[in-house]
Design a protein around this ligand. Structure first.
Ligand SMILES: NC(=O)c1ccc[n+]([C@@H]2O[C@H](COP(=O)([O-])OP(=O)(O)OC[C@H]3O[C@@H](n4cnc5c(N)ncnc54)[C@H](OP(=O)(O)O)[C@@H]3O)[C@@H](O)[C@H]2O)c1
Length: 322
């Protein structure tokens, strides 16, 4: 399967080694808004073709699938354009910020006969499978709540994550991870969402705390921020115990889970991947070439987009007057 990269984004540096380590994929081309950037990047990463403009990449017959690591506000737009050009799409998270866009993608991808998948790398990792298996097997009893978050201190003033017009903000950048995990463990869409946020002057959320409620009286507490140092966490609280996952979204080589059940504490070690992103690439290529089901379905992406939209809307409600 021949990849085209839509832009010279930093995250490409993590994906390129994975695309090359996958025996059944190769990188054909990279496109950038400016040709000189595309050429410099292509030289640095030994990519055969450098192109000016993303459109010119979509027009090529020697590209089967595109990887979209653009700023968040451009994900849906370029996913639609890639589908219309008959390309398979692996798009960075969040794929969309409203469920209606995902519905339209689903219809368009079906009509064009292409695969569209959201790039939640953590969903492909053995750690996630293990957590889902333990929780489904009743390791913590009946699930009552998921408590999860992702924070890091933002330190680049030109970061696209601080631009309102480019879809910046903590919720979309890192809040989508705990939202995705909460929806995954619930196995359904959230019924309601409430959030509060600290906004920067141009309207970008620098920090957001939210609560989702799911069927079966399950709650999820979500934190996303750019203010505190890097940390990720996930706790699943159940009627008989709890499961703690210290690095739920970017597993290390050996991941320690802590399972507490009816007073007992057990440490469970899960082996991670030697090359993060490789499983994501291999699963995507398997879907394209072998017709295997994708890991992150568009139904799952729709649940995430729906919760993100509801949290964002809730956080924008007027504050209580003092
Ligand atoms: N899965 C993960 O673990 C992970 C990690 C980091 C980031 N991400 C996601 O990947 C995406 C890119 O993140 P990144 O950190 O790699 O971003 P980045 O380095 O800022 O790259 C974004 C790219 O978008 C292109 N672009 C198009 N229009 C732009 C505009 N108006 N302003 C700025 N850039 C524009 C630029 O490429 P050209 O100049 O070449 O056109 C730029 O290099 C985001 O959606 C982010 O959420 C995912």
């Amino acid at each position: 399967m021949r990849w085209g990269l839509l832009s010279t984004a930093r995250i490409n540096r993590r994906l390129i080694p994975a695309m090359r380590a996958c025996a059944r994929s190769a990188i054909t081309a990279v496109a950038s808004r400016t040709l000189s950037r595309a050429r410099t990047f292509a030289r640095e990463w030994d990519i055969p073709i450098a192109l000016e403009g993303y459109r010119s990449l979509l027009d090529r017959d020697d590209v089967d699938a595109v990887y979209i690591p653009l700023p968040n506000s451009l994900h849906a737009e370029w996913t639609f354009k890639a589908i219309a050009a008959g390309k398979h799409v692996l798009c960075e998270k969040p794929l969309a910020t409203n469920p209606a866009d995902v519905d339209r993608m689903q219809a368009a991808a079906h009509a064009a006969g292409v695969i569209v998948e959201e790039g939640f790398m953590y969903r492909h990792e053995p750690l996630t499978d293990q957590v889902v298996a333990l929780v489904s097997a009743g390791a913590v009893g009946a699930v009552r709540a998921v408590v999860s978050g992702f924070t890091y201190a933002r330190n680049r003033p030109d970061d696209v994550r601080l631009s309102a017009s480019l879809g910046g903000g903590a919720l979309l950048d890192v809040g989508c991870y705990p939202v995705s995990y909460a929806c995954l463990l619930a196995g359904s869409a959230a019924l309601s969402a409430t959030a509060t946020a600290r906004f920067l002057p141009d309207g970008v959320d620098e920090e957001m705390a939210g609560v989702l409620r799911f069927r079966g009286d399950r709650m999820a507490s979500i934190y996303a921020g750019f203010r505190a140092a890097y940390r990720t966490w996930l706790d699943v609280l159940g009627s008989e115990g709890s499961l703690s996952v210290p690095h739920p979204f970017k597993p290390d080589g050996r991941e320690p889970l802590v399972l507490e059940r009816l007073g007992d504490r057990r440490h469970i070690e899960v082996r991670g991947s030697e090359l993060l992103f490789l499983r994501q690439v291999e699963h995507f290529v398997g879907a394209v070439i072998d017709g295997l089901p994708v890991t992150v379905t568009l139904d799952e992406s729709r649940r995430v987009a729906s919760a993100l939209a509801a949290l964002a809307a809730s956080a924008r409600r007027p504050e209580i007057e003092a």
